[in-house]
Design a protein. Sequence first.
Length: 197
Amino acid sequence: MEDKNGRFVLVYRGPCHTHKVQRLTESTSYSFRIQALNEAGEGPLSDVYTFTTPRSPPAALKAPRIERLDEHTCESMMGNSEFKQIYRGSATSHQVSGLQPNSEYRFRVCAVRHCQTPPDLTGPYSATATLSSQRVSEATAAATATGGGALSGAGPKGAEPGWASRGLSDEMCATLIIILFAVLSILIAFVIHYFVM
């Protein structure tokens, strides 16, 4: 591989017919020559081949953090489970308004890399964050109970009025299944140990 000074440096020597060069810079051209080697000696160097690395898409982001400003202020997932884009820009936060009470909203984010030459590179979407809007009376009671101000996550800390009426999130269901599986495994191990010993 040709270095910055125009000299070729050895990047691989061995029996494999392929080699992946690591730690290359994106959108950069690299020149390579190949030479065969066996018991009889070294063969001639190949012609110079130049390759350009592609632009890399941005890395995945963490799930968005939802802060409830009031009961109707917080991308809406329609009945057909399709997401719609509600914001595109450089800000790291966005406020969504006009939410319906007693509805569940799911949000996800992705990074977009703006390039000099189109197209822009879009990274993978984050995991979804869920927001369940409360009934107006519940939201007012929750805001009053915490002294007003911004509420973090899916609602105020502590007991939330009517939380049992909401469905379990995917994460809560997965956690519950893992806990039940662990308890069942321990119980089976105890029974086997009791009857075998």
